[in-house]
Design a protein around this ligand. Structure first.
Ligand code: ZN
Length: 887
């Protein structure tokens, strides 16, 4: 089958023809929209035909579009002059420069894949990245073809009063039969994946931003009328993002207006279409009563992310989809730094790293591991992954640390100047960084081509006689599918040596190639070889090393810390991130013992050192509340699982519950005090201070509820009834619903469901709360809720809220009767037909079968085989093939 063929990076060729200007006219109708396209085409200068060829054929991509007519320079082509296949149109002979006119018909209502033009709640909208534009019209749908666009939308005036596209509106008017039109012009050349249109009955909220150089920009957020009161936070976030990008990167916005539209049915979070960002409503709408703090923060970062793409992605875009991390890695790095500046920087780092080490490490350890720049793919939509996005961002962050901010900024300026309006590669970006800094980044480039998580083993030795400290670091990257040989990487290891007597960072003098090198109290080692020993001289006292501070590289670092050393770092490390990490390491050691005890049927005994460490955290108020809340949060079951060679789902759950309850029992008075001290009747605001306070309070309440005593239950009930904000309501409802007090949980869930039945985003939370319960009857509840009138397999948010959330409920998804796997496979099979992009994402937990015991492996593989027997979309086909490749 042709669509199952792989595309290879090594086969890249510039396009034979380019489009300089694209004129589109949409006559919008739910099941028969007509699209006229006039393309100004010319031969690409880099692809002159060689001697054997007289001219290169013109090849356009097109899927699920019905050709009505085609003409070159005004002359309608006859049957033999072109060829239409399932996914392309070829015109064998064309002039060097010409106008191509086509008209096609498409069916938005039949589009459940949500790629191309579709309808959501009666509204027309588009999603073109990566290859959706070819479902709108025949086009050279690849990012290295950049054209200016002029788009006319024609629609029914009553049902589609608002007609939006990229750029600026230049003309509008009435048409016969109750129709009207608007013409938009986008003066910035762009690839087709950044095209967008929206048509519907929408309302707007407006604001303004004046750029540093005095350009006035109109800001609009378009939503359905009932959501007008949920746009304030997104608008404020947008304005802060615009200011931040001007101050931090010197980048201004470049059109007269910037629009955001909220859409209910959307495959991902949001999309950076030029001047017309389209957002999943879940990633833009907030209100204190309907969204919790985490959602407020997520909205802030996604608004920033999409806005930042205007430069890192749109003005300078990707040559081909193998370069996806060029725009995504850089833009994630930019949004992470923005959020760190706007909130608590150490907490932002802790959150990002803790997510990264759980989810991206798992991806690297599984059958779909791939480099940040893959060398082949079947379906590019499958590569919008944590590796491309988050590991890509870590690699940009390493560059920033290797160069220092000033040179990094100069490299960024050079990149934007040199490549403005072009479609470029990852080398182009890294070359700018090397040029401005004079650094040799050749070895560093391996980060882009080598898959897998590097592992560093560290050993330290202090010589009392000489005052020398020897640190031996060795690195290795385990084999990944299709890539068995790994080369050493250039890894920046930030570190400090903390004096065991003073508790302070000692001065670092590195015995370098050219004599002693002063590194201050917090230095960076450049690990380049498979094994390297670093010698520090004049170390005044025996130190405990604090390694990989701030998670300075996306690696696993092992060091044989004793529990005493970890407890020491937990209180003395000057690096906030590493203090948190010391706590995580200490907890993991205790968990290891308990997991072993559970497996061997031995009585579990709680490590008293962990209790004492927590007690001192609770009693030492010095900390930032947000950091403290993170320190008190136990590693997730998923993260604990990542540390084990064979995942023991039940032992992990039991051990973690045991720790939670032991801590709660031993420290109940302290938790209660924290809870009470952090109650507040201030009106809700999504400020870092308030968010930290609520977080800390709810972490304390969760500990108290883990022992379910009457006092905790009544505090939770009281919080559920009295709170006016969703953060506290949701936290309390979750605790109740996940407890064994079904007598209280059921009526609470029922009341909540009735109260919020009109709000789809709140109902998503209602579904999630129910299917993340630890109780054993959850699977039956999932099946039951799939029949709920508000659930729909066609809405990706509902699928994620119910099915996706259930698959994260580890003890229940991994049930030994295989029913969890079967449920997920049933859903994948149904979604394969409706929405392949979502089907290929939701299948992920099944692809990780190698990590489990043999019995579960067999059950998971059987479900993958059952899926494989279906007629599959390229998306699901590729995932299943990769998952079963070593089976
Ligand atoms: Zn992005």
């Amino acid at each position: 089958m042709s669509e199952m063929q792989a595309t290879y990076l090594k086969d890249y060729l510039p396009p034979a023809y380019r489009v300089t200007h694209t004129e589109l006219t949409f006559d919008l109708s739910p099941s028969a929209t007509r699209v006229k396209a006039r393309l100004h085409v010319e031969r690409h200068p880099d692809r002159e035909p060689d001697d054997a060829e007289t001219s290169l054929p013109l090849e356009l991509a097109g899927e699920q579009v019905k050709l009505i007519s085609i003409a070159v320079d005004g002359r309608t082509l006859e049957a033999g002059e072109f060829e239409v296949g399932d996914d392309k149109l070829i015109v064998s002979t064309v002039p060097e420069r010409f106008l191509l006119d086509t008209e096609v018909e498409i069916d938005p209502d039949a589009n459940t894949a949500l790629e191309g033009l579709y309808r959501s709640n009666g509204m027309f909208c588009t999603q073109c990245e990566p290859e959706g534009f070819r479902r709108i019209t025949f086009y050279p749908d690849r990012p290295d073809v950049m054209a200016t666009f002029s788009t006319t939308l024609i629609g029914d005036r009553d049902s589609l009063p608002v007609l939006l596209s990229n750029g600026n509106p230049v003309e509008q008017g009435e048409l016969p039969n109750g129709r009207h039109f608007v013409t938009w012009e986008d003066p910035h050349p762009k690839p087709s994946y950044l095209f967008a249109l929206v048509a519907g009955s929408l309302e707007k909220v407006e604001d303004h931003h004046t750029t540093t150089s005095g350009h006035e920009v109109l800001l609009q957020i378009w939503v359905e009328a009932e959501n007008l009161d949920k746009t304030e936070h997104a608008m404020a976030s947008l304005k802060r993002s615009m200011e931040w990008d001007e101050e931090t990167y010197g980048r201004e916005y470049d059109l007269d207006r910037f629009m955001i539209v909220a859409v209910n049915d959307f495959n991902m979070g949001a999309m950076e279409n030029k001047g017309l960002n389209i957002f999943n409503s879940a990633a833009v709408l907030t209100h204190p009563q309907t969204a919790n703090d985490a959602t407020f923060q997520r909205v802030e970062s996604i608004v920033a992310h999409e806005y930042f793409h205007n430069w890192s992605g749109n003005r300078v875009t990707c040559r081909d989809w193998f370069q996806l991390s060029l725009k995504e890695g850089f833009t994630v790095f930019r949004d992470q730094t923005f959020s760190a500046d706007a909130n608590s920087a150490p907490v932002k780092r802790i959150e990002d790293v803790s997510f990264f080490r759980t989810a991206q490490f798992a991806e690297d350890a599984g059958p779909t591991a791939h480099p940040i720049r893959p060398d082949h793919y079947i379906e590019i939509s499958n590569f919008y992954t944590l590796t491309i996005y988050e590991k890509g961002a870590e690699v940009v962050r390493m560059l920033r640390h290797l160069l220092g901010w000033e040179d990094f900024r100069r490299g960024s300026d050079l990149y934007f100047e040199r490549f403005d309006g072009q479609a470029v590669t990852i080398e182009d970006f890294v070359t700018c960084m090397a040029e401005v800094s004079g650094l040799d980044l050749d070895q560093f480039m391996r980060w882009y081509s080598q898959a897998g998580t590097p592992e560093i083993d560290a050993h330290g030795e202090y010589d009392y006689a000489t005052g020398n400290y020897h640190l031996r670091l060795s690195q290795r990257t385990p084999a990944t599918p299709g890539q068995t040989e790994k080369l050493p990487l250039h890894i920046p290891v930030r570190l400090g040596l903390v004096g065991t007597k003073s508790g302070h960072d000692l001065t670092l003098t590195l015995n370098g190639d050219n004599g002693p090198e002063k590194l201050g109290k917090d230095g960076v080692l450049h690990l380049r070889q498979a094994e390297q020993t670093f010698v520090f001289t004049d170390v005044e006292e025996a130190p405990v090393p604090s390694l990989l501070r701030g998670f300075s590289a996306p690696v696993k670092l092992r060091y044989p810390y004793s529990r005493e050393e970890l407890a020491f770092l937990l209180t003395h490390d000057s690096d906030g991130f590493n203090r948190w990490d010391a706590g995580q390491r200490l907890t993991l050691l205790a968990l290891d013992d308990l997991i072993a005890a559970h497996r061997n049927g031995v009585e579990k005994v709680m490590d008293s050192r962990l209790i004492e460490a927590y007690r001192s955290l609770l009693n030492e108020p010095g900390d930032d509340k947000a950091v403290l809340a993170e320190m008190l949060t136990l590693p997730s079951e998923a993260y604990i699982a990542e540390q084990q060679p064979v995942v023991d789902v039940d032992a992990i759950h039991a051990a973690r519950e045991f720790v939670r309850q032991s801590l709660a029992w031993q420290l109940r008075d302290d938790f209660l005090a924290v809870y009470r001290d952090n109650l507040s009747d201030e009106p809700y605001a999504p400020t870092p201070e308030q968010i930290a306070q609520r977080r800390l309070k709810n972490v304390a309440l969760a500990y108290l509820m883990s022992i379910e005593n009457d006092e905790a239950v009544s505090l939770t009930q009281h919080q559920l009834e009295q709170s006016a904000n969703m953060t506290d309501v949701r936290a309390a409802l979750t605790l109740l619903a996940h407890s064994d007090r079904t007598d209280l949980a059921e009526p609470a869930l029922k009341a909540f469901g009735e109260k919020w039945a009109h709000d789809p985003l709140v109902m998503d939370q209602w579904f999630t709360i129910q299917v993340t319960r630890p109780q054993a009857d959850v699977l039956e509840r999932v099946r039951f809720l799939m029949g709920h009138p508000l659930f729909s397999m066609k809405n990706p948010n509902k699928v994620r809220a119910l099915i996706g959330a259930f698959a994260q409920n580890r003890i229940n998804f991994h049930r030994l009767d295989g029913e969890g796997y079967k449920l997920l496979a049933d859903v994948v099979i149904e979604l394969n037909r409706l929405n392949p992009e979502i089907a290929a994402r939701i299948i992920t937990p099944l692809t990780r079968w190698q990590r489990f015991d043999e019995q579960r492996q067999a059950l998971m593989k059987a479900e993958l085989e059952r899926i494989r027997a279906e007629k599959l979309s390229p998306n699901v086909f590729e995932m299943v093939e990769r998952a079963l490749a070593d089976a």
